[in-house]
Design a protein around this ligand. Structure first.
Ligand code: ZN
Length: 497
């Protein structure tokens, strides 16, 4: 079974164990008793709502519960609101092949096409089941246009349709939508619930684990079943037995060596080495967010040591700055098109190869790191970053030129931190023939923007803004003396401050 869990095609993705061991019945959903009881009761009494809003942190069971609800509403052998789990309907939903459960991921392309399509198909009766269930995940990511379309549907839903809107950010759901839904708030799992779940999964996977090892993982997972199982995944891949020492080491983390290497590059301000380490760790199967949490724990330990008067490689202000960035990156992770991007941005920002040009980064970026980078030439050279301060553009040009579209793109993505930071490293160079051409300031950001998930997110945004399909064309900006000069000025300025 160790072979099974370590077989990962996409190591950066959240663990296979989480997908393999999703709860399949209401009874199996852990830590949400009151909410689950209410849903079961509604199904049992035939009074299920037409629209639900499931809110709560990631990894707390929103999507799993929505799928179980779809089963309960369609299972011919449902008993007291609980689906049987073994009929054709239940099994089809488990396999993801039930035609009347339509899942829309608003994060992947902001739901534009799907919601448009939904309006056309929502009135068509279910094909195999009794009710059509639309599950819209990360619903807060929908565009304004998609919200409008969804609202029209929610205003007069066909009798055989149930909507489940799931979100980590209920504050971003328009009141007109929220008021039409019955809302359920999923709570972060308690360490006890997480430990129980880890124990059950370890048993099912025939993993040998010391009880304390599971408790360590449960504490580190901070309320998320997904994170807990992702860490168990990482641990299972390292050997046949999961010991508490192994868990501590892995969470301090992931073969220890990666974390040591990353800390070392942070201390030396070597950006290229730091990014390399993240890449190597990702390929070794360390989930990016687990790695980030491990780094938080490590640096927190360094801070405590300093406070206790023990000397080390760190100064307190740097530690505080790094920790602030790492914690903020936990928020960025939710909107990030690429799982490893938030951690990479922390490194870029901390080590200082990127200028603090954005509004978002201005608070957390202090000049100290940037000035140290000036002394660390190899890192600066490898990263090929030519910082250039953003300045406000003068009066607005005629509509639909590259500059205007690019500015709109920046505005539209400003709340999605990791995407926003990447786009701020670009300049518009042309618009035409179904494409927007951008020049990108460094190889690093070029690669990030060129990744399929990021490209998809940007192109979906462009379609919304320009009203037509636009492909993203990326070019690496030519090195220019002016830019180097600007960079030096930035660093000198930073030192003076
Ligand atoms: Zn069934």
């Amino acid at each position: 079974m160790t072979a099974k869990v370590s077989k990962k095609t996409q190591p950066a993705e959240t663990g296979a164990l989480y997908r393999l061991h999703r709860p399949q019945t209401f009874t199996e959903v852990a830590g949400q008793d009151a909410l689950i009881a209410a849903l079961r009761q509604a199904v049992a009494s035939g009074r299920a709502a037409h629209a639900y809003l499931f809110t709560g942190p990631r990894g707390t069971g929103k999507t799993s519960t929505a799928r179980i609800l779809a089963k309960a509403l369609n299972c011919p052998k449902v008993k007291q609101g609980e689906p049987c789990g073994s009929c054709d309907v239940c099994r089809a939903i488990e396999r993801g092949s039930f035609l009347d459960l339509i899942e829309i991921d608003a994060a992947s392309n902001r739901g534009i096409d799907e919601i448009r399509e939904l309006r056309g198909t929502v009135a068509i009766a279910p094909t195999g089941g009794r009710r059509k269930v639309y599950l819209v995940d990360e619903v807060h990511m929908l565009t304004k246009e998609a919200w409008g379309a969804l609202l029209k549907t929610l205003e007069e839903p066909p009798a055989f349709v149930t909507f489940v809107l799931a979100t980590t950010e209920p504050g971003k759901v328009p009141a007109t939508i929220g008021s039409r839904c019955q809302r359920f708030d999923f709570r972060p799992a308690t360490p006890q619930a997480l430990t129980d779940r880890l124990r059950a999964v370890a048993k099912a996977e025939k993993l040998t684990a010391e009880p304390e090892a599971l408790e360590i993982v449960a504490r580190a997972a901070r309320g998320s079943f997904r994170d807990a199982l992702s860490m168990l995944d990482t641990l299972a891949a390292t050997g046949p037995k999961i010991s508490s020492d192994g868990a501590r080491e892995a969470l301090g983390i992931a073969g220890g060596g990666h974390l040591d290497a990353l800390e070392d590059s942070l201390v030396k301000r070597d950006l290229a080495a730091a990014l390399e380490t993240v890449d190597v760790a990702a390929h070794a199967g360390v989930a990016a967010d687990v790695f980030r949490i491990a780094l938080v724990e490590r640096l927190r330990g360094r801070l405590h040591a300093l406070a206790a008067g023990r000397e080390g490689d760190w100064v307190a202000t740097d530690l505080v700055r790094a920790l602030k960035l790492l914690l903020a990156a936990g928020e960025w992770a939710k909107d990030s098109p690429l799982p490893e991007l938030p951690l990479e941005l922390v490194l870029v920002e901390f080590i200082g190869a990127s200028e603090p040009a954005s509004r978002e980064s201005a608070d957390s970026s202090e000049p100290a790191a940037a000035s140290k980078l000036a002394a660390s030439e190899p890192a600066a050279a490898k990263a090929k970053t030519k910082p250039k301060p953003d300045t406000a553009k003068p009066a607005s040009p005629p509509p639909k030129n590259a500059q205007e579209l690019w500015e709109k793109l920046l505005t539209a993505t400003k709340d999605r931190y990791s995407l926003s930071v990447c786009l701020q490293k670009t300049r518009p160079i042309g618009l035409g023939k179904g494409e927007l051409a951008l020049s990108v300031q460094s190889e690093f950001f070029l690669q990030k923007l060129d990744a399929q998930a990021t490209r998809k997110a940007v192109e979906a945004e462009l379609k919304e803004l320009a009203g037509q399909e636009l492909a993203l064309k990326l070019e690496l900006a030519a090195p220019s003396e002016d830019l180097v000069g600007d960079a030096l000025k930035t660093f000198e300025g930073a030192e003076v401050q």
